[in-house]
Design a protein around this ligand. Structure first.
Ligand code: B12
Ligand code: SF4
Length: 448
């Protein structure tokens, strides 16, 4: 029998948060799948920058941009005890708790609630949502999944207050839970090996669509020591590029959306099988879109043909994962890119029409044992190649190869307190790379 399912995207609690095309893609995938199984799905988005009740009471709504990124609503809240030593404002990003409570009360006869979680250090926003739900609807089974729930499973079991915690990819496990709780045999189960058998995410539940996230693959063929991708998807799987274009066309016709953000870990890998046919198909269908890749792309795959295709297809925001120009660290961390690959890729991108400021190169800073000098040299190298360095502060992630080193080098108890995974704290800073060094590097970047 059809169940009424409420899916919830929780608040972000952090010192700072900006909407770089952030959407709860995994949760909305589950929403689509549950619908396909005959259930009724409702959505509360605590981060909704267009929530009508907020717009009624807030005189200055968050500034948004035409490309679909922008600010969230925010309220300053007390800093959690473990972070009290930092004198910055701590905030709840998203709608007011009273409005969330009202939205919850409007939901009648809910059978089950699903909550997602993103960054491990954003768990206080998840806990606040759970606490309110348990006050308003104490009897309803509440399931927590997503990144925090997977990477900090024991912490979530102990402290979150959720009734069920699911780690890893959720599709199969949520249908199994429905079977256990409601004696519901799945009507439809996607084939794990075929990503095109997954129903589209329930994007139509988003209040106002400025942009939509897309994912053409799950996982990544590389195994960088600082990255947790393999924990969620052990195998690298790609969709059929024509089916991805079908999806883009479907959402564009249905909602008029023009901005799309790619959430892939490895969008450019196997270019002849994915990105090149995808972009050619977009051209053939005469679809006009703007694409944003806030997540780092692979420099290694960039050549003349791909650069031109990206440029003419409307890839407006492109960022690449380079991380460091230090050869020994490149090898130690997995060898996903070499210095000459950055140099060549930037040349191709520039010849295709991209400007220096348009080619953002992520540089990881604050890795265990990393010296300020290494980051400085990497910045200089990126400049020399003609691109824009973008500092990405290292966030230690449980189960990654670098985790043990991070635990022993961090001045914080990152093992027991996920709040200390927050990249903005530089959790693994050391005598050779401290906050002053970081600020100096940031200032240098701003002056250029
Ligand atoms: C896209 C992305 C971003 C986007 C934003 C995405 C968003 N929605 O917030 C951007 C580019 C902004 C971003 C930024 C950063 N990110 Co990021 N990002 C990702 C990425 C690549 C994809 C997330 C995604 O949507 N995946 C696709 C969906 C389908 O998968 P999913 O969300 O996991 O959902 C599945 C399951 O989790 C589960 N599930 C999800 N919800 C629920 C709910 C229930 C009830 C159930 C049962 C199951 C379930 O089922 C889903 C379907 O299988 C992940 C890596 C990855 N492969 O997932 C990193 C990742 C989340 N990011 C990470 C990092 C490190 C960062 C940065 C700190 C990088 C940096 N140094 O600057 C910043 C931080 C931003 C900030 N303000 O603090 C880390 C996590 C770090 C942490 N400590 O938690 C990850 C895991 C990558 C890594 N390096 O290992 N990121
Ligand atoms: S290439 Fe990127 S996504 Fe793949 S393992 Fe390395 S950091 Fe993670």
């Amino acid at each position: 029998m059809s169940k009424k399912v409420l899916i919830i995207n929780p608040w972000i609690h952090d010192f700072a948060a900006y909407d770089f095309w952030i959407k709860p893609l995994g949760l909305l995938y589950l929403g689509g799948l549950l619908r396909q199984n005959g259930h009724e799905v409702h959505f509360i988005d605590c981060l909704d920058p267009f929530h009508p009740a907020m717009h009624k009471i807030i005189s200055k709504p968050p500034k948004r941009h035409s490309s679909g990124n922008g600010k969230f609503f925010r309220q300053i809240i007390p800093t959690p005890d473990p972070l009290k030593m930092f004198s910055r404002n701590y905030c709840r990003y998203g709608i007011l708790p009273e409005i969330f409570r009202e939205d919850l009360k409007k939901q009648q006869d809910v059978d089950i609630i699903l909550i997602t979680s993103m960054m491990t250090y954003w768990y206080p926003g998840v806990f606040e949502v759970i606490k309110i739900i348990k006050e308003v609807m104490p009897q309803i089974p509440l399931v927590l999944g997503g990144k925090y729930a997977s990477l900090c499973y024991d912490h979530a079991v102990k402290f979150s207050g959720a009734d069920f915690i699911i780690a890893g990819a959720g599709e199969k496990q949520i249908l199994q839970l429905f079977q256990k709780l409601f004696d519901e045999k799945p009507l439809f189960m996607p084939e794990e090996s075929n990503l095109d058998s997954y129903p589209y995410p329930a994007f139509d539940l988003i209040n106002k669509i400025e942009q939509l996230p897309l994912i053409t693959s799950r996982g990544c063929p590389y195994r960088c020591s600082y990255c947790s991708t393999h924990i969620f998807n052990d195998q690298f799987r790609q969709r059929d590029p024509v089916k991805v274009v079908d999806e883009i066309e479907y959402w564009q016709k249905k909602t008029g959306v023009e901005n799309f953000s790619f959430y892939d870990d490895a969008l450019l890998v196997n270019p002849q099988e994915m990105i090149i046919p995808l972009l050619n198909e977009l051209k053939r269908r005469n679809l006009s879109c703007r694409f944003h890749c806030p997540n780092g792309l692979h420099l290694r795959e960039i050549n003349e043909e791909l650069s031109e295709l990206l440029y003419i297809s409307g890839f407006k925001t492109i960022r690449f994962g380079f991380e460091t120009s230090d050869l020994s660290r490149q090898i130690q961390t997995g060898g996903k890119v070499k210095n000459e690959e950055l140099y060549n890729a930037v040349n191709h991108l520039k010849n295709a029409g991209y400007k220096t400021g348009g080619v953002g190169i992520y540089l990881l800073c604050g890795m265990p044992g990393q010296k300020a000098r290494e980051v400085d040299d990497s910045i200089k190298f990126v400049h020399k190649c003609g691109a824009k360095p973008v500092l990405a502060e290292y966030s230690p992630i449980p189960y990654t190869e670098m985790w043990n080193e991070a635990v022993s080098s961090s001045p914080f108890d990152i093992q027991n307190e996920p709040l200390y995974h927050n990249n903005s704290l530089l959790p693994c800073c050391n005598d050779d790379f401290n906050f002053d060094d970081y600020k100096e590097l940031k200032n240098k970047l701003n002056l250029i």
